[in-house]
Design a protein around this ligand. Structure first.
Ligand code: ADP
Ligand code: MG
Length: 252
């Protein structure tokens, strides 16, 4: 068997999957995030938490190379973005997706395989089978041929998670995956994320429900244009840090 890259390079296991140094991103000259310094943990479920407009989506987009950095440096598994696209899978914020796009649930999942099968090639029977396995994993096999626009919000979100699974990335970035989803979807997604973690991946979710952070996540990044705290939930998710993040007076 051919040893993989991780085994060849002894340092690889300690390189953070995401590393951001001095990152500033601006829209029309106005910084949305400023001087963000952050090394993500090697594995686990990580929540990015902060008020509306804190720059959470912007941070994910900058890591993905979807918005340019005004200043700073981003490394993904030690590499610049251009060399690391295949390492990342992304689920955008639901509200930013055009759900009228004419595609079935299976088509959308198969799109996640395109990096592997090449753009514009017809989806082969084998790839359809693979896409089906991922749809099954999120409990949607019976909806394979349904137009995505005709699925419920929670089902649409699960289709996107299945597409991310099809990408077989190392690191998963999801923008508010739990927003407005039903209890079944939440349960299925937590199970999927935990199995990715158990396989050694880092799963990053922008998350807006503060009350469920301790039960779902291992790590938290508290962000309000700047990093307020970044550590295991037990250490960083304190009332004082949450208050600082949301600009509330700190009690006591
Ligand atoms: P969050 O995801 O934490 O709610 P965003 O990253 O979406 O925050 O936005 C951070 C700030 O940047 C907000 O003030 C928002 O209005 C602004 N912003 C986001 N995207 C754009 C854009 N494409 N053009 C101009 N301003 C933007
Ligand atoms: Mg956002």
């Amino acid at each position: 068997m051919r040893p993989d890259k991780e085994q060849l390079s002894s340092g690889a296991m300690t390189i953070p999957p995401l590393s951001v140094k001095g990152l500033t991103v601006a829209y029309d000259g106005r910084p949305a995030i400023e001087n963000v310094n952050w090394d993500a943990p090697l594995t686990g479920l990580l929540a990015i938490v902060g008020p509306n407009g804190a720059g959470k989506s912007t941070l994910l987009k900058a890591i993905l190379g979807l918005v340019p950095a005004a200043e700073g440096e981003i490394r993904i598994h030690g590499k610049p973005i251009e060399d690391a696209r295949g390492d990342l899978a992304y689920v955008p914020q639901r509200s930013s997706v055009d759900w009228d796009f004419p595609a079935t649930a299976l088509d959308v999942v198969a799109m996640g395989l395109y990096r592997r099968i090449g753009w514009m090639k017809p989806v082969s029977r084998a790839n359809r089978e693979q896409a089906r396995v991922h749809l099954d994993r999120v409990g949607l096999s019976e909806f394979a041929n349904r137009q995505i626009g005709a699925l419920s919000g929670g089902q649409q979100q699960r289709v996107f998670v299945a597409r991310a699974l099809a990408q077989k990335a190392k690191t998963y970035l999801l923008d508010e995956p739990f927003a407005g989803v039903d209890a079944t979807t939440e349960k299925v997604m937590i199970e999927v994320f935990r199995s990715l973690r158990d396989a050694g991946s880092l799963v990053v979710c922008v998350h807006h429900d503060l009350s469920s952070v301790p039960e779902i996540f291992d790590h938290v990044l508290l962000l309000n244009r700047r990093v307020i705290a970044s550590a295991p939930v037990k250490t960083a998710f304190t009332p004082a840090n949450v208050a600082r993040t949301y600009g509330l007076p700190v009690a006591g």
